[in-house]
Design a protein around this ligand. Structure first.
Ligand code: CP
Ligand code: NVA
Length: 317
C-alpha cells in the first residue's frame, strides 16, 4: 500500500503498474474532455528548494484538474529558510493540507519529512532520486512500444538522481537497463544492488559499463540527462571534461535499434550531453515525457490523496 512516494525502489512493482494504468486512463479522460473533481477540498503544499518548470507546473495544473488546490512555497517564503526544521514544517503542514511535495537537495530531507508528516509526502526530486519523472518516462515508453517487459533502455551519462530512479523503475517493470557512466560518476552501489534484486523478480537485466556503445547496443530507448545537476554548478568545467565521450549523438544512436526512441527528462544542454539534431529529431519523445508528468502525477495524487487512501500513520486525517 503506497503511503508516500520517496523513490521507486520503495514502491512495489504492483503499485508502479497501478499508477501507470491509472495515468493512461486519466490521460484518455482529459483528451475526451471528461472531467471530475475527486480531490475537491484537498490541498497539496509544494516546497521547492531548487528551480523547476515541469514539476511545478504539472503538479499545480494536475491538482487544479482534479478539483483541488496546490500551494507553491520556496524556502524564502516560509520559516524553513530561517532554520525551522523540516520535521516541524511537515508536522504543521499535516494539520492544514492533504499532501506535501518536496524538491530538495539531500534525500534525507524528503525521508525526514515523510517520517514526521501524517500526510503523504511526494519526492519532486532530491539529489538521489526523481521518481515522478521516471513514472512519466515509463508511461511514455509503454505508449511508444506497447509494452514494458522485455524492452532495453540505455542510460548514458552521470550516475545521478535520474540514473538511480531509472534503475529502480526499469527493474520494477521488467525493462532491462544498461548504464554507461565514466569512472568516478557511476550510480550508487546500493541503488544498483537494490535494482538487481528487484530485477530478479521481473526478469529485467541490469548492466553497468563505462562504454556508451556497449550500453546502447540493441536498445529500444536511449536516455540521457545533464552532466551538471542542480547544486553542482561549481563542478561544471571538470564534468564537461569527464563526460566528453558520453554524448548522445547520431553516431552513438547507430548502435541502438533502428526504431529506438531518444529520451531526456529536460532541461537539456544541446551540444553537451545530447546534440541538437538528436534532441529535436524524429526519434525524440522528450515532449511526450514532459506531458506525461501531468498524467502520471495525477495518478499518484489520486492514489495518495483520493477517497481510497487509507491514511498514513498516527492521526486519522
Ligand atoms: N524534468 C524535470 O523535473 O523538470 P523541472 O526541473 O523543470 O521540474
Ligand atoms: N539531474 C538533474 C535532473 C533535472 C530534472 C538535476 O538534478 O538537476
Amino acid at each position: 500500500m503506497l503511503t508516500d512516494l520517496l523513490s521507486l525502489g520503495e514502491t512495489a512493482p504492483a503499485d508502479i503498474s497501478r499508477i501507470l494504468t491509472l495515468a493512461a486512463g486519466l490521460k484518455k479522460d482529459l483528451q475526451r474532455g471528461k472531467t471530475s473533481r475527486p480531490l475537491a477540498g484537498k490541498t497539496l503544499v509544494m516546497i521547492f528548494e531548487k528551480s523547476s518548470t515541469r514539476t511545478r507546473l504539472s503538479f499545480e495544473i494536475g491538482m487544479y484538474q482534479l478539483g483541488g488546490q496546490a500551494i507553491f512555497l520556496s524556502p524564502r517564503d516560509i520559516q524553513l529558510g530561517r532554520g525551522e526544521t523540516i520535521e516541524d514544517t511537515a508536522r504543521v503542514l499535516s494539520r492544514y493540507a492533504h499532501g506535501i511535495m518536496i524538491r530538495t537537495f539531500a534525500h534525507e530531507t524528503v525521508e525526514a519529512a515523510a517520517r514526521a508528516a501524517d500526510i503523504p509526502v511526494i519526492n519532486g526530486l532530491s539529489d538521489k532520486h526523481h521518481p515522478c519523472q521516471v513514472l512519466a518516462d515509463l508511461m511514455t515508453l509503454k505508449e511508444k512500444k506497447g509494452r514494458l517487459k522485455g524492452l532495453k533502455l540505455a542510460y548514458v551519462g552521470d550516475g545521478n538522481n535520474m540514473a538511480h530512479s531509472l534503475l529502480e523503475g526499469c527493474a520494477g517493470t521488467g525493462v532491462s537497463i544498461a548504464v554507461a557512466a565514466p569512472k568516478g560518476y557511476e550510480p550508487d552501489d546500493a541503488v544498483v544492488a537494490g535494482a538487481r534484486k528487484t530485477a530478479r523478480g521481473t526478469g529485467a537485466r541490469v548492466l553497468l559499463t563505462s562504454d556508451p556503445v556497449e550500453a546502447v547496443r540493441g536498445a529500444h530507448a536511449v536516455y540521457t540527462d545533464v552532466w551538471t545537476s542542480m547544486g553542482q554548478e561549481d563542478e561544471a568545467a571538470q564534468r564537461r571534461r569527464a563526460f566528453a565521450g558520453y554524448q548522445v549523438n547520431a553516431a552513438l544512436l547507430t548502435a541502438a535499434r533502428p526504431d529506438a526512441v531518444v529520451m531526456h527528462c529536460l532541461p537539456a544542454h544541446r551540444g553537451e550531453e545530447i546534440t541538437a539534431d538528436v534532441l529535436d529529431g524524429s526519434r525524440s519523445v522528450v515532449l511526450d515525457q514532459a506531458e506525461n508528468r501531468l498524467h502520471a502525477q495525477k495518478a499518484v495524487l489520486l492514489l495518495l490523496m483520493g477517497r481510497a487512501f487509507q491514511g498514513k500513520t498516527r492521526r486519522s486525517r
